[in-house]
Design a protein around this ligand. Structure first.
Ligand SMILES: C[S@@+](CC[C@H](N)C(=O)[O-])C[C@H]1O[C@@H](n2cnc3c(N)ncnc32)[C@H](O)[C@@H]1O
Length: 331
């Protein structure tokens, strides 16, 4: 997870794998436009802004408008523009500003330290708060709605698919039984309930509680769908040699999606499987810059939340035949 440790020190904190990112991608195309799709506190964008050619700019997207108050000091960065919208809608936002291409794009997935530190946002199972977990308050359904309204089968499927929790059926059954008497309203109430229904061996109950919270957060925010939709579209906005796409993920479900898509985009053969020898001479548009970069032990020590981070980067191999006219950053 990127962002500052606490919100008071956004400039002093080094965001997750930020050095590795800027060392492996190029910011030098004239008038380059770079997308930071998960702006958070802007840690990565500040890093990127320092590397950019003078005429370039960063479009930051942040879904959670509550983070706006942490962006005030960014007014001095004329190269950064922030919009409060989902990265999944990056194409609408960019088009509305007259942009037609991206020269680099970063997603640093998941939640920021602000979400973990602020109990009322309802993300942390270690803090009392409402069962919310929405990044954007415009979304109608929060975690409490899911727990109190979804069927037993739907709940089991969410816990299994998004939390990879083996006891998902048992937990779903117990949730439905309990809510017949009383709906779930607070984090503490739900955590106490989970502590009672999970066994207490082999890392449980906390291992299970962590998985159930991850599953609920993914479902509330449709995190995997957003990532898939973004990947469906973003490379169609990249036309120039060296345009890059970098994604930092924090759990295997996200990372699997990224690795699979990047592998498809960079594969050098599209022959049918039955073909014993490659006949296609296919030239993929993209190539790997780094298959995976993990944090150093020093980074993990300084920021334990970085421990599970995985950065994958691809870039465009050559210019596309059709290129949109460059829009100047300031126009
Ligand atoms: C790990 S933090 C990013 C931290 C940031 N890189 C930094 O250094 O400050 C992820 C951020 O993405 C935001 N987010 C999650 N889903 C999003 C989406 N679909 N669109 C835009 N922002 C999203 C979260 O609200 C959170 O602030």
């Amino acid at each position: 997870m990127g962002g500052a440790k606490g919100v008071m020190t956004p400039l002093s904190h080094i965001p997750v794998l930020a050095r590795e990112l800027v060392e492996n991608v190029s910011f030098q195309s004239n008038d380059g436009v770079y997308l930071d799709g998960t702006f958070g506190l802007g840690g990565h964008s500040r890093f990127m802004a320092r590397e950019m050619a003078p005429d370039g700019g960063i479009v930051g997207l942040e879904w959670d408008k509550r983070l706006e108050k942490y962006h005030k000091d960014l007014e001095k960065f004329s190269s950064i523009q922030i919009f409060y919208d989902s990265y999944e809608r990056f194409d609408f936002v960019l088009a509305s500003q007259g942009f037609q291409e991206i020269n680099g794009a970063l997603l640093d997935l998941g939640l920021s330290s602000v979400h973990i530190d602020n109990a009322e946002m309802g993300f942390s199972f270690q803090k009392e708060g409402a069962l919310d977990m929405r990044y954007s308050q415009d979304q109608e359904r929060h975690a409490g709605d899911i727990l109190n309204e979804m069927s037993e089968n739907q709940l089991a499927s969410i816990f299994f698919r998004y939390g990879e929790e083996g006891l998902s059926r048992k937990i779903a059954r117990q949730i439905v039984r309990r809510r017949k008497k009383k709906n779930f309203t607070t984090i503490q109430d739900f955590v106490e309930f989970l502590k009672a229904v999970f066994p207490s061996q082999k890392g449980y109950p906390w291992k299970g509680i962590r998985r159930i919270f991850q599953a609920l957060r993914i479902e509330v925010n449709q995190e995997l769908n957003n990532l898939e939709h973004f990947l469906d579209k973003v490379t169609f906005w990249m036309f120039r040699e060296n345009d890059w796409l970098a994604i930092i993920s924090y759990h295997s479900l996200e990372d699997k999606i990224v690795k699979k898509r990047f592998t498809e985009l960079t594969r050098e053969c599209i022959c049918p499987r039955e073909e014993p020898v490659c006949q296609c001479d296919y030239e993929p548009d993209f190539e790997w810059v780094k298959k995976v970069i993990k944090p150093t032990s020093k980074e993990m020590e300084d920021n334990p939340r970085a421990a599970s981070a995985r950065l994958r980067i691809i870039r465009r191999r050559f210019d596309a035949n059709i290129k949109p006219p460059i829009k100047e950053w300031s126009s």
